[in-house]
Design a protein around this ligand. Structure first.
Ligand SMILES: [Ca+2]
Length: 189
């Protein structure tokens, strides 16, 4: 539990520290970590949502659905390095969707099965005031030496997706919580 909170704090280190006091997060279900069965992303048929911490979405300082406010929330990006099939695009997208929603910014998780080279991809879409949208490519800041890289994009390819999930529950119903469980994969050091 302590380690988990430490991880959350560390994750948010680049963000306004005034929010730290409200990082009350229920402990994830304890027990063995899910076996790394990430090569197959097809739904298993049975959906277990009990792995999602409850409560999941927290009430933090309100931000607005504007590019500037989203940028403030994103900060410099991820300190936790990208790890294929461990902490990758889906965990990052889920984390960003969680963070934005906790600050009252509506966000959705988009996925595409055949993004590039046949790989699946996940990212975040934020509806803005006035009907426009921005997309967040969460992986760009996690590559070595790219901390602070611009994650917000308006590239049209980010608005073509196979699925658009409103929240972690919808995304987990479809792909299983293990695809999104950033809360299990934050590492110290
Ligand atoms: Ca959402």
């Amino acid at each position: 539990m302590v380690v988990f909170h430490d991880n959350i704090d560390r994750f948010n280190d680049n963000v306004d520290a005034r929010d730290k006091g409200s990082d009350v997060f229920a402990s994830p279900v304890s027990g063995p970590i899910d076996p790394p069965d990430m090569t197959d992303t097809t739904p298993s048929g049975k959906t277990d949502l009990s792995d999602i911490p409850d409560p999941y979405y927290l009430n933090k300082t309100n931000f607005q659905n504007t590019p500037d406010e989203v940028k403030r929330l994103l900060g410099k990006g991820f300190f936790t390095p990208y790890e294929c099939s461990g902490f990758d695009c889906s965990e990052m997208a889920a984390y960003i969707e969680w963070k934005l929603e906790c600050h009252n910014v509506t966000a959705q998780i988009a996925t595409k099965d055949n993004w590039a080279g046949g790989y699946g991809h996940a990212w975040v879409i934020v509806p803005l005031r006035g009907g426009k949208h921005l997309a967040i490519e969460s992986t760009v800041s996690a590559m070595e030496g790219s901390l602070g890289a611009e994650m917000i994009t308006y590239d049209p390819e980010y608005f073509v997706y196979d699925h658009l999930f409103e929240d972690i529950y919808e995304a987990s119903e479809f792909f299983g919580a293990c695809e999104w469980d950033w809360w299990n994969k934050l590492k110290l050091g």
